[in-house]
Design a binder for this molecule. Structure first.
Ligand code: DGL
Length: 259
């Protein structure tokens, strides 16, 4: 495979831009193709079969139309539903998924109590249950399915984002740094880092927010390196494609990535 080819990145919408931001910082010589499936979003409340069918179709499109050399599934919901299917179907393609950052959170928490905000699809998946089970001895995890939050972030609806962040952080008790309180919040959907300021304002400076962009970017580097596919000399270009509104995606990319 040719190392000059771009890396494909996809999400149900703008959320994957939080992963793309970290990828561009870690791999400045790579070119990227970003696909937002906003025409079929949100994924979180649509069910596993729908999300895996979309993920498989997007991967084929990125391979055939854009000749990608690697794929980053920049969506927790799509990773939970389809990363194993993508790897089985495209055995020569390096595929990186994202999962809610329970492992980093378990090592960060001092109170051993962590809240996990994610989509309903992610939290009900077998993959997530296995992850949670593997860390049971290290921390207690309070899970909050955040219906509507990714859609509100996608629509850039500030008042609705704030109202939902408030509602979902109130669903668990209680944030703080005293024994038993929740001192760590996992942003388990790639859209949620774009509401990080709201969470910080609601929860105060002592609660740690954990997201996955940087570890995913490092894992992408390792995987490409292992297959001699790293490109140190690309231009860092990003091409954007979407099944939704191209103007909205361009606005979000300008806002969050200065692109
Ligand atoms: N950004 C996606 C995730 O990480 C999904 C948001 C949605 O479409 O529901 O789970």
């Amino acid at each position: 495979m040719d190392r000059d080819r771009p890396i494909g990145v996809f999400d149900s919408g703008v959320g994957g831009l939080s992963i793309l931001r970290a990828l561009r910082a870690e791999l400045p010589g790579e070119d990227f193709v970003y696909f937002s499936d906003a025409g079929h979003a949100p994924y979180g409340e649509k069910g596993e079969e729908f999300v895996s069918n979309r993920s498989l179709a997007i991967a084929v499109d990125l391979l055939e139309q854009h000749r990608i050399k690697g794929l980053v599934v920049a969506c927790n919901t799509a990773t939970a539903a389809a990363v194993h299917l993508l790897r089985a179907r495209h055995t020569h393609l390096p595929v990186v998924g994202v999962e809610p950052a329970l492992k980093p959170a378990a090592s960060l928490t001092k109170t051993r109590h962590v809240a996990v905000l994610a989509t309903r699809g992610t939290l009900s998946s077998a993959k997530f249950k296995a992850l949670q089970d593997s860390l049971r001895e290290h921390a207690q995890f309070s899970l909050v399915p955040c219906d509507g939050l990714a859609a509100a972030i996608e629509a850039d609806d500030g008042p609705q984002v704030r109202a939902l962040c408030l509602r979902y952080t109130r669903d668990v008790c209680c944030f703080g740094t005293k024994p038993g309180e929740i001192d760590t919040l996992v942003l388990g959907c790639t859209h949620y880092p774009f509401a990080a300021e709201v969470f910080r304002e609601l929860l105060g400076p002592d609660v740690q927010l954990v997201e996955t962009g940087e570890p995913v970017a490092r894992q992408t580097r390792r995987l490409l390196e292992g297959q001699a596919l790293l490109n140190p000399s690309g231009s860092g270009a990003v091409r954007f494609h979407t099944s939704g509104d191209p103007g909205a995606l361009r606005t979000a990319a300008a806002r969050w990535l200065s692109l």
